[in-house]
Design a protein around this ligand. Structure first.
Ligand code: BDR
Ligand code: CA
Length: 312
C-alpha cells in the first residue's frame, strides 16, 4: 500500500522538484499540498504550487493556500536565490485554476482528524507555520501522524539564512519549536545532508536530453537556482534541498544520521532559528529527531533522474 503523505511547501524550484518526484512515485500517495509563505510571498507560492501540479498533469491535486506570514516574526523571503517569481528559470505558464477552497490549516486539521492512527507522513519543506498552527488548534490530529520528515535545520554546517540558521527554521522559529516539541517522530534533513547533494552536471544535462517538459523545466529551474549557491559557497555545483525528503521516503538507505535531541532557538536575535542539535548527548534529554547528515549523492541523483524520466 502506498504511503500517504502531505507536502507543506513554498515553491521554490527545489520544492517543485520534490513535488514532481513524489507525484512520479507509486510508493507514495500525495494527499495534497499545503502552501505557505516562504521563498516568496503566499500568492506566488500558491500560484507556483498550482503551476507545478499542472506540469505534472495533476489539475485534480488539492492545493490549499495557508499562512501568509510567520506566527510572530515578519516574513523574510528569498528572491535572491529563487528569483522574483520563486520559479525563475522555469518558463511555466500561469496556473490553470485557483487554489482549492479552504485554508491549508483547516484542510490539515480536517484531513488528519479523519485519518486512521499513524497513517500519514507530513513532509514540511518550507517554514513550518501551517503545521504549527494546525497542531496548536487541534493537537489530537497528531495521532494520525506516522512521522514528520522535513527539510530544515543544520547540525554542523552553519546557516544559509543567517550565520546560525537554515532558511526554513529561520523564517518561523516559533513554529519550528512547536513542531519539534510535538512528540511525533521527526526526521530532520538539514544543510549537513543537502550540501552533500550537489547537483552533478550530468544530471542537468540528462534531464534536458529527456526532451520532455518536465526535464526541460527542472533543468532550467535548477540551473537558475544554483547560480546563487555556487557564488555564495564557492562550490562547483549547488545543493538540492527539498527533494532529499522525498528520496528519503523512497530509499532511506541512501542516508545516514543519528537520533538526537534538537531544540530551536527562539529568543536570541543573534542565533534566531538555530537548530541546537545535541549530537553528543550532553543534555541527557531524550532524542526527538533523527538528524540526517550523510547522503550517497550519486545514488540520490540516479534515483531522482529515474523518477523524473517517468513523465512523458
Ligand atoms: C530551504 O529553503 C528554501 O530556500 C528551499 O526551498 C529549502 O526548502 C533550504 O534552506
Ligand atoms: Ca522549500
Amino acid at each position: 500500500m502506498a504511503r500517504k503523505i502531505i507536502i507543506d511547501t513554498d515553491p521554490g524550484q527545489d520544492d517543485a522538484v520534490a513535488i514532481l518526484t513524489a507525484l512520479a512515485s507509486p510508493e507514495l500517495e500525495l494527499l495534497g499540498l499545503s502552501v505557505v509563505a516562504g521563498n516568496v510571498p503566499l500568492p506566488l507560492t500558491t500560484a507556483n504550487a498550482l503551476r507545478v501540479a499542472d506540469l505534472a498533469g495533476r489539475p485534480d491535486l488539492p492545493v490549499h493556500a495557508g499562512c501568509d506570514r510567520p506566527l510572530l516574526e515578519d516574513l523574510h523571503t528569498s528572491e535572491v536565490v529563487h528569483g522574483d517569481s520563486g520559479l525563475d528559470g522555469s518558463e511555466l505558464p500561469p496556473p490553470s485554476r485557483a487554489a482549492t477552497p479552504g485554508h491549508a490549516v483547516d484542510w490539515l486539521v480536517a484531513t488528519l482528524a479523519a485519518a486512521p492512527e499513524r497513517s500519514v507522513t507530513l513532509c514540511p519543506i518550507a517554514p513550518q507555520t501551517n503545521l504549527a498552527l494546525a497542531i496548536r488548534r487541534a493537537p489530537e490530529i497528531l495521532r494520525a501522524v506516522d512521522r514528520i520528515v522535513m527539510m530544515g535545520g543544520s547540525a554542523f554546517y552553519g546557516g544559509n539564512a543567517s550565520p546560525a540558521a537554515e532558511f526554513n527554521i529561520f523564517v518561523d522559529p516559533h513554529a519550528a519549536a512547536i513542531v519539534f516539541g510535538a512528540g511525533v517522530p521527526i526526521t530532520m534533513i538539514g544543510l549537513d545532508c543537502t550540501h552533500k547533494a550537489l547537483m552533478p552536471r550530468w544530471w542537468l544535462d540528462d534531464l534536458v536530453a529527456l526532451g520532455t517538459a518536465v526535464g526541460r523545466t527542472v533543468a532550467g529551474m535548477m540551473d537558475f537556482n544554483e547560480r546563487y549557491d555556487r557564488w555564495r559557497y564557492g562550490s562547483e555545483a549547488g545543493p538540492l534541498h527539498d527533494p532529499c525528503v522525498i528520496a528519503y521516503l523512497l530509499a532511506p538507505d541512501l542516508f545516514g544520521g543519528k537520533d538526537c535531541h534538537v531544540a530551536i532557538e527562539t529568543g536570541s536575535p543573534l542565533t534566531r532559528g538555530m537548530t541546537v542539535v545535541d549530537w553528543w548527548g550532553k543534555t541527557g534529554l531524550p532524542a526527538n529527531a533523527h538528524v540526517v547528515t550523510e547522503v550517497d549523492s550519486d545514488r540520490l541523483f540516479r534515483l531522482l533522474h529515474e523518477r523524473l524520466a517517468r513523465y512523458g
